[in-house]
Design a protein around this ligand. Structure first.
Ligand code: C2E
Ligand code: MG
Ligand code: MG
Ligand code: MG
Length: 281
């Protein structure tokens, strides 16, 4: 083996690793600052009852408006926030911001429906989580029954026993629980029955190639009938076309979230959306 090769290979990995490490430290420092300096904003994506053509709720989705790097999507920083533990603070901030805005729409009579919030499982494991929820919901004067928490299938199923107690407390408060990205992880059917879950969100990877893809069509139908058997609500994510919408609707799922109806909207755009929507209902 040539000496030069080895050294070059070594150098290559070394540089790449240094770059990645640098990027991570840079991003981590920037994210910490973002939390302090209030650079995170919340967007809202409508959830639609496709049978009635009616808004039933909205999902809060975080975005980062960095003064120099610009608009940054969550896939770029949520994983880092999870590794570093910053996700607990981040999700609480998003909850507060989203609830404050949601309450304004509700008070203005704009019928915003339900508010869905994404939670990392770490949040559920915090000792003061229930206390935190009771506090923000009380001071925001927001009815519990309009709140839904989304946890991904992978995160819940990683440690379902640990989640049961807290999820049950949330459920007792009247908060609903949805399993996000359903179908991408490994769910135990026994846990689906035992956990206090209200809804499954069909992951958008199964919707993307509908209706042509026979496997995806079969999976989607199976999830919908599973929900009907277990008495769970079901919503399809990532619906972009009319054909996809029709397929979903014809197969018994009437709730849809996706670009076909609307992209996630800024507060200003969602306000306009709600005003327009209220004229038609
Ligand atoms: P998610 O919770 O599954 O949210 C749905 C994602 O699909 C959103 O991406 C949304 O913009 C996107 N989407 C919706 N409809 C369509 C469609 O028709 N086509 C396509 N191509 N995409 C669609 P986004 O906003 O980039 O968020 C990505 C993920 O980041 C979320 O997936 C969620 O897991 C996480 N996330 C976002 N906000 C928060 C937050 O505040 N806290 C936590 N813990 N996670 C969050
Ligand atoms: Mg979600
Ligand atoms: Mg999802
Ligand atoms: Mg996702």
């Amino acid at each position: 083996k040539a000496k030069g090769d080895g050294r070059n290979t070594y150098c290559f990995y070394d540089e790449a690793m240094t770059e990645r490490a640098f990027e991570r430290v840079f991003l981590e420092t920037a994210l910490r600052k973002a939390l302090e300096e209030d650079e995170l904003v919340v967007y809202f994506q409508p959830q639609i009852d496709a049978r009635e053509n009616k808004l039933v709720g909205m999902e809060a989705l975080v975005r980062w408006e960095h003064p120099i790097m610009g608009f940054i999507y969550p896939d770029k920083f949520i994983p880092l926030a999870e590794i570093t533990g910053m996700i607990v603070q981040l999700d609480r901030l998003v909850m507060k911001k989203a609830l404050t805005q949601f309450k304004k729409w509700d008070k203005a009579g704009l019928n915003p429906g339900k508010l869905a919030l994404n939670l990392a499982i770490k949040q559920i494991e915090e000792n003061d989580f229930i206390e935190f929820i009771e506090n923000i919901l009380d001071c925001e004067d927001c009815s519990y029954k309009n709140i839904e928490f989304e946890l991904t299938e992978n995160q819940i199923m990683n440690n379902p026993e640990a989640s049961i107690e807290t999820l049950q407390k949330l459920s007792d408060l009247g908060i609903s629980i949805a399993i996000d990205d359903f179908g991408t992880g490994y769910s135990s059917l026994a846990y689906l029955k035992r956990l206090p879950i209200d809804k499954l969100k069909i992951d958008r990877s199964f919707i993307k190639d509908l209706p042509q893809d026979a496997d995806d069509a079969a999976i989607t139908k199976t999830i919908i009938s599973l929900c009907s058997s277990l008495n769970l609500k079901v919503i399809a994510e990532g619906v972009e076309t009319e054909k996809q919408k029709n397929f979903i609707l014809q197969n018994g799922c009437q709730f849809i979230q996706g670009y076909y109806y609307s992209r996630p909207l800024s507060i200003e755009d969602m306000t306009k959306y709600l005003i327009e929507h209220n004229k038609t209902i």
